[in-house]
Design a protein around this ligand. Structure first.
Ligand SMILES: N[C@@H](CCC(=O)N[C@@H](CS)C(=O)NCC(=O)O)C(=O)O
Length: 218
């Protein structure tokens, strides 16, 4: 059976978890506690870079969440989660890559605010919010009258972007000027796969507080 090594805290592993659910696959979840378990020799043997997620399929280990999504699509093609049309495929890929390369890296300064912690450098927060707005503008322009990016059905773009965009309002980045994106968010949040993988805010806050205390002590 497929085995997903993950942490419920991690958006990188949540995108794989959601894809497994959307594809209706049977799998086992193995939580890796990121307070040191990722450095144990048995985990490093699967991923020498000590990151989750890792997917295990019949003894084969795959690291890097986007490589895992591509593997799942190739090995378990039904339901299809990548558009066939060249332009639509480019849209889905752009959404994945822009989320990872532009949005995720830019919004780190917003994380404490998203989880309800005070403080942070106002200049860095402002810069992060501006960058997020640039991404939102771009994404709004990519949505047409179909419910998903380049598709009538959910694609591999959604588990990537759809696990970050809904958090932006908590970081002071409103979606109200982006009607298509707002509707897209509501559509995703109503899906059983999003609901089954949602981590309670209190749990995220507690883990974040523990991590901050650990960093302070070291
Ligand atoms: N590019 C990797 C990033 C994975 C990643 O950064 N995972 C984090 C959790 S979100 C992690 O495992 N951190 C623990 C560590 O680096 O020791 C992917 O997309 O799979």
């Amino acid at each position: 059976m497929l085995k997903l090594y993950h942490s419920p805290m991690s958006p990188n592993s949540r995108r794989v978890w959601i894809t497994l659910l959307e594809k209706g696959l049977e799998f086992e979840l193995v939580e890796v506690k990121l307070d040191g378990e990722q450095f144990k020799p048995e985990f490093l043997a699967m991923n020498p870079f000590h990151h989750i997620p890792v997917l295990e399929d019949e003894g084969f280990h795959i690291v890097e969440s986007i490589a895992i999504l591509d593997y799942l699509e190739a090995k378990y093609p039904t339901p299809a989660m990548l558009p066939k049309d060249a332009k639509d495929l480019a849209i889905a890929r752009m959404v994945q890559m822009v989320t990872i390369n532009e949005l995720l890296s830019a919004i780190m300064p917003l994380t404490p605010q998203m989880l309800g912690f005070p403080g942070g450098d106002p200049e860095k927060i402002e810069q992060a919010q501006q960058k997020a707005l640039t991404v939102l503008n771009f994404f709004e322009s990519l949505l047409d009258d179909r419910p998903y990016f380049g598709s009538d059905r959910i694609t591999l773009a959604e588990p990537v972007a759809g696990t970050l965009i809904p958090w932006l309002p908590k970081g002071g980045v409103s979606l109200k000027d982006y009607p298509k994106l707002s509707a897209w968010c509501h559509r995703l949040l109503a899906r059983p796969s999003w609901q089954a993988t949602e981590v309670p805010l209190e749990m995220l806050k507690a883990r974040m507080a523990a991590r901050m205390a650990q960093q302070k002590a070291s």
